[in-house]
Write a protein that binds this ligand. Structure first.
Ligand code: MLC
Ligand code: AMP
Length: 486
């Protein structure tokens, strides 16, 4: 199937800029031909799982696109993955190979044979016919749940193409557009929307692998910015001190926020600084993007817009019955159905069945109201065990399991506390075995840092005599969260 139509007859249009290097459509297809020869020599075939260690390097997005064009399934991995997460992904996805721009930095062992990517830019390497994208699985993206290790969401090329086409329509996203982002390439936002989206419309991605407000602003005039709310917060902070950043925001073609709620305060700050607003969209790894504020009208601070064309959306009561509401008051859980949905969680039919019913409806766990025009306002989520920090989804259970392994920890509860920069920050409440001699907070954070990615480390540890529980013994996380309200 044709995932990236602009590569069918490649020309000299720029498709990717990383640092000082820009690749054209012709360059990218030539790299894919060398990749096809490289994969064949490594005995890799369409449908095989290939890890991609998403280091901050030009070769990372090129490898992800080349894998897609060669019909292999990419398993994009956070290059800061902790040892426990790496071992889990290795066992679950069983990648046959792990591609890395700098393979020396790969953790030894679990992720399969390490392979360098020099062939992507070495014009002397052999070429082979590019097999083409297979209609089946294209990506396996790991996403945290309330409990247990992260699950691998299997996304098909068909789901991705339908979603990108709907977004291109909502955002009037055209060939010749440049998307600018500084997002990681192991999640939907940076990879599927930013990179594959640009390729699908035939536009360019300018990827800045490290987020720096001044560098981002310098490249912003004329570009479409994709960013998480933490980035808009930091851009607004920087723009308050530097008028060139404010004017760059003014000169962008479009400002788009997603992956977490952009607070009203940040909408207002950007509007005041830049004289223009930010458009929000709402999605999940498992569903891709469900709703977007159309750019044909003004931005709608506090709202994520109506469902995209082709996405069916219900607000449901506790028994999953649809609520016929348009009053912007009644709260229901968002359920979605459509061609944009993931195929399944890898090796986990029980988890898949827990979120998707027999009629194909996926229950997001997000709570929202809907106005008369069908535009949604997200007001919270069902699970207190899911934390969104800096746009990353983090399962409290994963962190609790790490902390509970410390011999001096008796009990632990992890919650997300409101944070003006990160949206939520991770806070651990710990009952020490010996309250007179608790372990150090640093030792506990180090334990998490060794096992999991750095953004999962608690920002604060509170030692308490006991955890709040109801009469049935159920832990009251909402009460712990309430203790941290500003
Ligand atoms: C973090 N640090 C700590 C710490 N926690 N240090 C000590 N103790 C702790 N507890 C370190 C970090 O490792 C980092 O160090 C430094 O502190 C700053 O960390 P930070 O404040 O978290 O900021 P930063 O690293 O700058 O990251 C902010 C960010 C990042 C916004 C750039 O959160 C980010 O890239 N977010 C994007 C997430 C995303 O793409 N989500 C999409 C999901 S898809 P050092 O040394 O490392 O600098 C999805 C679907 C959809 O949601 O709808 O899009
Ligand atoms: P992830 O699993 O990382 O893809 O995160 C998906 C979750 O991010 C959703 O379930 C929402 O809770 C949250 N999310 C994404 N976009 C938005 C948005 N615009 N506003 C509020 N929450 C969002």
């Amino acid at each position: 199937m044709s995932l990236f139509p602009c590569l069918a007859a490649p020309d000299d249009r720029p498709l990717l800029t990383v640092d000082a290097t820009t690749l054209t459509a012709r360059d990218l297809l030539a790299a894919a031909a060398r990749h096809a020869a490289f994969l064949a020599a490594a005995d890799i075939h369409p449908g095989d799982h290939i890890g991609v260690w998403t280091q901050p390097h030009l070769h990372t997005p090129v490898a992800l696109a080349a894998n897609a064009l060669c019909g292999v399934v990419s398993v994009p991995l956070n290059p800061k993955l902790g040892a426990r997460e790496a071992a889990h992904v290795a066992a679950d996805a069983a990648p046959r190979l792990c591609l890395a721009a700098a393979p020396d930095e790969l953790p030894v062992g679990p992720l399969g044979r390490a392979a360098a990517l020099a062939h992507l830019s070495d014009r002397t390497c052999p070429i082979a016919p590019v097999p083409g994208t297979s209609p089946g699985p294209l990506l396996i993206l790991y996403t945290s749940g309330t409990t247990g290790a992260p699950k691998g969401a299997v996304l098909s090329a068909a789901a991705i193409t339908s979603n990108l086409d709907a977004l291109a329509h909502a955002w009037d996203w055209r060939p010749g557009d440049t998307v600018l982002h500084a997002l990681p390439l192991f999640h939907v936002h940076g990879l599927v929307l930013g990179w594959f989206g640009s390729l699908r419309v035939g536009g360019r991605l300018h990827w800045q692998p490290r987020f720096d407000p001044a560098a981002l602003a310098a490249a912003l005039p004329g570009a479409i910015l994709f960013a998480v709310p933490t980035m808009f917060h930091r851009l607004a902070d920087a723009a308050e001190h530097d008028p060139t950043i404010a004017s760059a925001l003014r000169l962008a073609r479009l400002l788009i926020s997603g992956s977490a709620a952009l607070p009203l305060r940040e909408h207002q700050r950007i509007s005041a600084l830049a004289g223009r607003g930010v458009y929000e969209r709402y999605g999940l790894t498992e569903t891709l993007i469900n709703c977007a504020v159309p750019v044909t009208g003004p931005p709608q601070p506090g709202r994520v817009g109506p469902p995209l064309p082709g996405v069916e959306l219900n607000l449901c009561d506790d028994d999953h019955r649809p609520l016929a509401t348009g009053d912007d008051q009644t709260i229901g859980e968002i359920a979605v159905r459509g061609p944009n949905l993931f195929s399944n969680y890898l090796n986990n039919p029980t988890a898949t069945a827990a979120v998707r019913d027999a009629d194909g409806w996926f229950y997001t766990g997000d709570l929202a109201t809907r106005d008369a025009a069908g535009s949604l306002r997200i007001v919270g989520r069902r699970a207190t065990d899911l934390i969104k920090s800096g746009g990353f989804k983090i399962g409290a259970g994963e962190i609790e399991a790490c902390l509970a392994e410390h011999p001096e920890v008796c009990e632990v509860a992890v919650v997300g506390a409101p944070d003006p920069d990160l949206g939520e920050r991770i806070v651990a409440f710990v009952v020490a075995r010996d309250p007179a001699a608790p372990p150090s907070a640093a030792a506990l954070c180090d334990l998490v840092a060794a096992a999991l990615a750095p953004h999962k480390r608690p920002r604060a540890v509170h030692f308490v005599a006991e955890l709040p529980r109801n009469a049935m013994g159920k832990l009251l996380k909402a009460e712990l969260r309430a203790r941290l309200e500003p």
